[in-house]
Design a protein around this ligand. Structure first.
Ligand code: EPZ
Length: 419
């Protein structure tokens, strides 16, 4: 098991290159099963969730190998639609394999998909969407999806679920006509999936809006498909909140900030200067202490991302005034707050509302319980006076590749140790 050892109090200075989006790479790896051939995912981050998805592809007969930061997938020889519970229980994204397997084989089976313990994580929206297309779903210990003949038609999601939108898009490809999916998730990662599926010869339109149309296809592309996912807007936001917590100046290289307008606005309205050097490089500096963020409410894109809620709370511990955060996506996403208190953080949670006020933070030994909660603990440790230890680093490794090296290169004292 690994932990992070942090000595807080250092400002951050230097250049950060943003990895490609975890929440794009994962559905793209699933969708590569539809290609029945070779796909290269460019600039792909070797984060733990990606490595587990590669294991899942190998477990059903496919190939998945990294050469540098290029992920070579070959799903020609995929020969099973049964997903191994030993792997699917590790990550939520295993669930996204279902749509791809139904599209290719007409069947899929999965036991308990995993995922961060940030709420119940049900799959009813996925099941209802697939049933709307005539897919039979037997929900036992093993959930078996049978869709030899998938209808085309209308799906209306009761909530804009990211994963359910992605599964619906991939399943609808098996239909003979045009399927309309309403109340879709609008995340940039959905646009990446649409663009990849269209490289395979599909006709998917509308991603990024609340209505997506999917036209079935029956021809496969010849040759290798190469695709680069968009930048990881959550990694980008994590560094912004770390900077906001400790101060300093960062030069951030990323293809675009456009997917993070709502976060950038929070910084622009605060003690922060943002200088756009060109369309790829942004200079962000924090002059003085951040002020309270006021009231922040999370929601489906383009609202404030739930995946940055823990990082914002950690940053708010160092800001002047009181910040109120309302979590409207995952019912148990404030689980990390108990650990933040060990740093001396003034953080009070009332169901899905959290009040944070300026705190005098001291080093502490804490335990990460999930990916973004772990990032929140790291940010607090960076701004706390003294030494901290963050156990269960594996949670953070799921979404951030060698974060201790990236932060150390910026002047932070963060080391990895085994225990
Ligand atoms: C994706 O999870 C992301 N994961 C999550 O990122 C992200 O927080 C989430 O979307 C919301 O943006 C990946 O893409 C791998 P949802 P997903 O379905 O698809 C409820 C991270 O930190 N719901 O949009 O599982 C659900 O309980 C991770 O990178 C149902 O009720 O999220 C939640 O309250 C964490 N029934 C809400 O909808 C369902 O069938 C949003 O979930 C599905 C979801």
């Amino acid at each position: 098991m690994d932990k992070f050892i942090v000595h807080g109090g250092n400002k951050l200075f230097g250049k950060v290159k943003i990895q490609s989006a975890k929440n794009s790479a994962l559905p793209l790896i699933a969708a590569s099963v539809i290609a029945e051939g070779k796909t290269v995912i460019e600039n792909c981050s070797k984060i733990r969730d990606v490595l587990i998805m590669c294991e899942i592809i190998r477990s059903i007969g496919g190939k998945a190998e990294f050469v540098g930061d290029r992920l070579f997938l070959d799903t020609t020889d995929v020969n099973s639609w049964r997903l191994p519970s030993s792997l699917t229980g590790e990550i939520r994204a295993s669930l996204f394999m279902v749509g791809a397997l139904i599209c290719r084989f007409g069947y899929a089976s999965i036991e308990r998909p995993g995922g961060c313990k940030i709420g119940e994580r049900p799959i009813d929206i996925h099941v209802d969407a697939l049933r709307s297309l005539g897919v039979k779903v037997d929900e036992g210990e093993e959930i078996i999806f049978s869709g030899k003949n998938v209808n085309s038609g209308l799906i209306t999601l009761r909530f804009p679920s990211v994963g359910a939108t992605e599964n619906a898009m991939m399943t609808a490809l098996k239909g003979k006509g045009v399927t309309t999916i309403k109340n879709c998730a609008k995340e940039p990662e959905i646009v990446d999936l649409q663009n990849y599926l269209n490289l395979l010869g599909a006709k998917v339109k509308g991603a990024g809006s609340s209505i997506i149309t999917v036209e079935g296809f029956n021809k496969k592309p010849s040759g290798e498909i190469s695709f680069e996912p968009s930048p990881d807007r959550i990694e980008l936001g994590t560094y912004l909140f770390a900077l906001g917590a400790v101060g300093g100046e960062l030069e951030i290289e990323t293809k675009s900030f456009k997917n993070l307008d709502i976060v950038l606005k929070i910084f622009k309205d605060n003690a922060c200067k943002i200088h756009i050097i060109n369309d790829k490089i942004y200079n962000i500096s924090i002059s003085g202490r951040m002020r309270s963020f006021g009231k922040i409410t999370t929601g489906p894109y383009p609202e404030f991302p739930t995946d940055l809620q823990p990082q914002l709370v950690a940053c708010a511990c160092s800001a002047k005034g009181v910040t109120a955060v309302e979590e409207k996506v995952f019912e148990k996403r404030f689980g990390y707050a108990q650990e933040l208190k060990k740093f001396g953080a003034n953080v009070d949670v009332y169901q899905n509302l959290c009040l944070v006020s300026q705190s005098v933070l001291h080093g502490a030994n804490v335990v990460a319980g999930d990916l973004r909660g772990g990032a929140s603990l790291l940010i607090c440790a960076l701004s706390a006076e003294g030494r901290s230890e963050i156990s269960n680093a594996v949670h953070v490794d799921r979404g951030y590749y060698k974060i201790e090296e990236k932060l150390s290169a910026l002047g932070a004292y963060v080391k990895r140790a085994s225990y």
